[in-house]
Design a protein around this ligand. Structure first.
Ligand code: MG
Length: 120
C-alpha cells in the first residue's frame, strides 16, 4: 500500500510542486494544510505516514506545529522544508525531532531520497 503523506506549506504552488513529485513517485497524498494549526488538526485526523512541513507560515509556524505533533505523536515522521538562510531554525527543528530537511527550490530526487530515508 502506498505511504500517505501530509503536505504543509502556505504557498499553493509549493504544495502543488511537492504533490506532483510525490504522486509521480507512487506516494499517496493524505492531505494538504496551509498553516501549522491546520497541519496539527489534519495530522490527528489522517494519521499520515509522513509530513513535509514548511517553516514560515501564518497562524502557526512549522517549528511550533512540529513540536505539537511530536508532543502528541512521538513517532511522527516530519521532514522540514526550509528556505536559504533558515539554518538556525532547521537545527531547532532537528532537535525537536524532525527527521530531515529539504531546501527550496526542491529537487525531486532529493525530496524522494529524504522521504525514503525517513520512512525506512
Ligand atoms: Mg512558507
Amino acid at each position: 500500500m502506498a505511504e500517505r503523506i501530509l503536505i504543509v506549506d502556505d504557498a499553493a504552488f509549493m504544495r502543488m510542486m511537492v504533490k506532483d513529485i510525490l504522486t509521480k513517485n507512487g506516494y499517496e497524498i493524505a492531505g494538504e494544510a496551509e498553516d501549522g494549526k491546520k497541519a496539527v488538526e489534519l495530522y490527528a485526523e489522517e494519521q499520515p505516514d509522513l509530513v513535509t512541513m514548511d517553516i514560515t507560515m501564518p497562524e502557526m509556524d512549522g517549528i511550533t506545529a512540529l513540536k505539537e505533533i511530536k508532543g502528541q505523536y512521538p513517532d511522527a515522521k516530519v521532514i522540514m522544508c526550509s528556505a536559504m538562510g533558515q539554518q538556525a531554525m532547521v537545527v531547532d527543528a532537528i532537535q525537536a525531532g524532525a527527521k530531515d530537511f529539504i531546501v527550496k527550490p526542491f529537487q525531486a530526487d532529493r525530496v524522494i531520497e529524504a522521504i525514503q530515508k525517513a520512512l525506512s
